[in-house]
Design a protein around this ligand. Structure first.
Ligand code: FSX
Length: 449
């Protein structure tokens, strides 16, 4: 077994001469003025899907943020009710320090799940979402009783560098706030109010999705941290507090099935490859980057795995998108229009596509016949030939000359010897003989080997 030689450069203890910190370790990413930022995770009425989505992020990973390996970013100390090692008061202690303004570093609050109206639960001496015991009197809780996470947010939000709502429940209210809403659930914005500003002057930042794309969340956190470090501009947010660069486009604009919509071709049942609008996809009116980003590692996501968009990133979700899996009422107009236009466009494109699938040599030498052993692509008939003729006239109408070599020296003079022995497939007269010779050539080659 070989043992690596110890590093010879780095910080050395003067007294003992021992290497305290190897050079390689000190050559870590440059840190900005803030070395450490605490991230306090609070969970309300949620399914924990947002936590799961965030831990699956890859660009950047939660681990990258926590280990501080991203150049310029401070190390993030994550306090998470599921992921943290501490329990009980050891865990909630840091939350209380932050609430009292006694933490030694800046912090952000991350809220997952919608915020129930704890006054409803308090009527029967209960709570909807709580974490730890109240150390101090809260709006709805008493000292020594389970402390609603809503109260923790109320205490911590004013001193936070930023409050980030993750997932549709936290950003807009989501499923817990759907019709009926017995818990009086609401979003983080609704809870903190329009006039809320963080210690750095930021309103609530919203990263929606049920669940959100993990990368959308970690990328937003990284962008905010860069801003906090003074190393990046304030990321652009839209009027609903969404990262504008992630949510300004509709699902449909980035959808791999959008070409079918344009040509008026629609899926009839789940599993079909065409546009899903007529079986319940709301993609044309939903702000989300799921198709271009994928759900994890740029893979998967709703449409990629055959699912229509049900609007889970939107403030109106779920009520405004119900009943699920039925064509949105507005889609009848647009899909009828795309059917009408698409009918003609599709056929014209099919003609051009047929032409584009033919190499020029095949046109010039074989009259359009394709020398493929894989099948018998259809020869262009008079219509296709006419279309091609006019298409090329249009294509090169402004040019003096077609691109490519002169026809005179184009095909035969520099053909390789083997090919000279072969006949064009359409040349029936010499085909059999030619094929025989070619076969012999091949056999001979293999025998030589
Ligand atoms: Fe809501 Fe988070 Fe939907 Fe779940 O926890 S955004 S129910 S997938 O994920 O809060």
């Amino acid at each position: 077994m070989t043992i690596d030689a110890p590093p010879t450069t780095g910080i050395v203890d003067d007294a003992s001469g021992r290497l305290l910190e190897p050079e390689a370790k000190r050559n870590r990413a440059p840190e900005g003025p803030v070395k450490v930022v605490h991230a306090f995770w609070l969970a309300g009425m949620s399914c924990d899907g947002c936590s799961i989505a965030a831990t699956g992020a890859t660009n950047p990973k939660v681990e990258d943020l926590m280990t501080g390996i991203i150049p310029g970013l401070p190390k993030v100390i994550l306090h998470h009710p599921v992921l943290s090692m501490e329990v009980g008061e050891d865990f909630t202690h840091a939350y209380e320090l932050a609430a009292r303004g006694e933490l030694d570093a800046p912090y952000v609050c991350i809220y997952e799940g919608s915020i129930a109206d704890e006054r409803i639960a308090a009527e029967t001496d209960g709570y909807f979402s709580a974490m730890g015991l109240s150390a101090i009197e809260g709006e709805t809780g008493e000292a020594g009783k389970p402390m609603p996470t809503a109260d923790r947010l109320a205490q911590m939000a004013p001193g936070a560098a930023a409050v980030i709502a993750i997932g549709t429940c936290a950003t807009w209210g989501g499923i817990p706030a759907a019709a009926g809403n017995p818990t009086g659930s609401m979003s983080t914005m609704d809870f903190l109010g329009k006039n809320y500003r963080s210690a750095l002057g930021l309103p609530v930042i919203n990263v929606p999705g049920c669940p959100p794309i993990g990368d959308n969340f970690t990328e937003t956190v990284a962008a905010i941290l860069l801003f906090l470090q003074g190393m990046g501009p304030l990321p652009e947010f839209d009027e609903l507090g969404r990262p504008a660069w992630l949510f300004s486009e509709t699902v449909h604009r980035g959808c791999t099935r959008a070409g079918y919509y344009e040509e008026g071709v629609f899926a009839k049942e789940y599993g079909d490859k065409e546009c899903l609008v007529e079986i319940g996809c709301w993609g044309p009116v939903v702000n989300c980057n799921i198709v271009s980003r994928g759900f994890q590692s740029h893979m998967g996501g709703c449409m990629a795995s055959g699912g229509p968009c049900i609007g889970c990133t939107m403030p109106g979700f779920p009520d405004k998108f119900a009943p699920f899996y039925e064509a949105p009422p507005g889609s009848a107009v647009s899909s009828a229009a795309s059917r009408t236009v698409g009918f003609g466009i599709r056929r014209l494109r099919a003609l051009s596509n047929h032409n584009a699938n033919r190499e020029v040599r095949w046109d010039e030498l074989y009259g359009g016949e394709v020398p493929s052993g894989w099948g018998e692509p259809e020869n262009p008939g008079p219509l296709k030939k006419a279309v091609k003729f006019f298409y090329q006239k249009l294509q090169f109408s402004g040019d003096k000359k077609k691109p490519g070599r002169d026809d005179s020296d184009r095909w035969h003079t520099d053909m390789p010897p083997r090919a000279r022995n072969m006949q064009a497939p359409h040349d029936v007269s010499g085909a059999a003989e030619s094929e025989g010779r070619a076969r012999e050539d091949v056999d001979e080659t293999w025998e030589r080997r």
